[in-house]
Ligand binder design. Structure first.
Ligand code: SF4
Ligand SMILES: [Zn+2]
Length: 501
């Protein structure tokens, strides 16, 4: 089963709500820095027949495909959508119009050539419209339609925007399932420029399977590599949209949206390195449990700080706020890099105590340094996870607390040799005799619902085992079906970050 099959199987369960064809999917007013000028911006999301790529599976984080029409809007419908949206900007004297379609403006199956000409003609004729942006996948940019757009814009600056997401073809393929290459993006930018059009790239911070640090490095490298082709880069922060593959990972506790500190750090570094590049980020859903976030005390203020930076491009704005949770983020940067992307730290809403202190450690043979690092950073439970092996037979358990509560349910097969644990409801724990596990000399003596956990070297502890189906740490092991899904996730992740390009 490919990643696209997984995405498609989720898509097929969703239903597109019937909405009127003469209203845009959404439109709103905002402010943006347009190549040095701070301007009002009217964003219009046209309701079209939808993204061809999303309809056949598509991107792992994208829920925009559900904004498409349950049919094919006509040219008149699309023009009515535009007129409806323009009413929002009635009182504005000068503004930019951003055209999104939850797909591609230049895909003639979504926006016919006739509709394209009418939309651009209408905007070009409106004196208040200062400039135009249209989003498209790069494979739809041709010499012909770029020349058309330049002609129809009638001298107004026009810009193509692309959801490049990352300059790494490997991450775009194995983590996002985007379906085009960096080379296609570069070609589209070149074509647009040759007709006097501008280019804008959208990058995606922390798509699935990347740790916080990997995600940060990916965006920093992507900004360096995309900068020669674009005037503006906007970094989107991966959030959890309904009906997406990312949502499924998130529901299982296998995805955490990025920290806002990560994008703060990225913008500081990238703006210092590329002062002439327009860099922006508008963190959608900041502070919400499905959105990018820090702690509940600072998330909203940091999101406002990011928006202020986007408009002013003043790097000193990014030092305006600090918070204690920054230390936790630094810890996550250090440790998340060693996990299989499973979230390792989070907080109860309304309570700043970390509730998850568990880590999946990607090594076959944990050394003393690994253990010391884990202990120093306050992790009380560690699962050692081998690369390239099914999840169900590769777990080592290491408890450092005096009493460890271990949640599991269903069949779990542990250890590298032959320790098999059968768990039944509600909290019965038994094994077939003596189990010897771990990498050195851990010996488990099991009784029915209680076990003495004796290890040589690190600790001698008592562990009490309970069974509970809402396990925060082992939810993906609660039955074989989810274990095999976790295996696929692990494989996808390995493909995304470890395979040769
Ligand atoms: S992110 Fe863009 S290209 Fe990908 S499925 Fe969504 S609309 Fe289509
Ligand atoms: Zn905070």
């Amino acid at each position: 089963m490919t990643l696209n099959d997984d995405v498609l199987s989720i898509r097929l369960k969703q239903r597109i709500k019937p909405e009127p064809f003469d209203r845009p999917a959404a439109c709103w007013l905002g402010k943006d820095n347009i190549r040095g000028e701070i301007m009002d911006v009217l964003t219009v999301i046209f309701r079209t027949s939808g993204c061809f790529w999303g309809k056949q599976g598509g991107c792992t984080m994208c829920g925009y495909v559900y904004d498409s029409a349950a049919g094919e809007p006509t040219v008149d419908d699309l023009m009515s959508q535009l007129e409806n949206a323009l009413l929002r900007a009635e009182k504005k004297e000068r503004f930019m119009v951003k055209i999104f379609t939850s797909g591609s403006f230049l895909d003639e199956k979504e926006i016919s050539r006739e509709a394209r000409e009418k939309i651009l003609g209408r905007l070009a004729a409106d004196e208040r419209v200062a400039c135009i942006l249209a989003e498209t996948r790069p494979e739809f940019v041709t010499d012909e339609n770029a020349a058309d757009c330049a002609r129809l814009a009638a001298g107004k600056p026009m810009e193509f925007a692309y959801g490049l997401e990352t300059t790494s073809d490997r991450i775009r393929l194995a983590s996002i399932n985007k379906g085009f290459s960096f080379a296609q993006f570069r070609k589209a930018c070149g074509t647009a420029r040759s007709h006097g059009l501008f280019n804008k790239g959208y990058l995606m911070l922390k798509p699935p399977f990347l740790s916080e640090k990997e995600a940060m490095d990916d965006i920093l490298r992507s900004i360096d590599e995309a900068e020669p082709y674009v005037e503006t880069i906007s970094v989107n922060l991966c959030n959890v949209q309904s009906g997406t593959y990312v949502e499924r990972l998130w529901e299982r506790g296998e995805f955490r949206p990025p920290w806002l500190w990560t994008i703060v750090e990225i913008l500081k570094k990238a703006k210092t390195k590329h002062p002439g590049l327009y860099l922006m980020s508008d963190p959608v859903g900041a502070g919400a449990k499905r959105g990018p976030r820090n702690c509940r005390l600072c998330s909203h203020d940091v999101a406002d700080m990011l928006r202020d930076f986007s408009v002013t491009q003043d790097i000193t704005v990014l030092d305006r706020i600090d918070c204690d949770c920054r230390k936790l983020w630094e810890k996550e940067l250090l440790l998340d890099d060693m996990t299989f992307g499973s979230p390792i730290l989070d907080r109860w809403p309304g309570n700043d105590q970390p509730f998850r202190q568990h880590i999946l450690w990607k090594t076959d043979h944990p050394g003393k340094q690994d253990i010391l690092k884990i202990l120093k950073n306050g992790f009380s439970r560690v699962t050692f996870l081998r690369k390239n092996r099914p999840v169900s037979d590769l777990f080592f358990l290491f408890f450092t607390e005096r009493i460890s509560v271990f949640f599991t349910q269903g069949l779990s097969v542990f250890s590298h040799k032959a320790s098999v644990f059968f768990h039944t409801r509600p909290q019965c724990f038994f094994t077939q005799g003596l189990s010897v596990f771990s990498h050195k000399a851990s010996v488990f003596f099991h009784t029915k619902d209680f076990s003495v956990f004796h290890t040589k070297g690190f600790s001698i502890r008592v562990s009490v085992f309970f069974s509970h189906e809402r396990s925060p740490c082992f939810s993906h092991m609660t039955n074989l079906r989810t274990a095999s899904a976790a295996t696929r996730i692990t494989e996808n992740r390995i493909r995304a970050i470890s395979a040769p390009p």
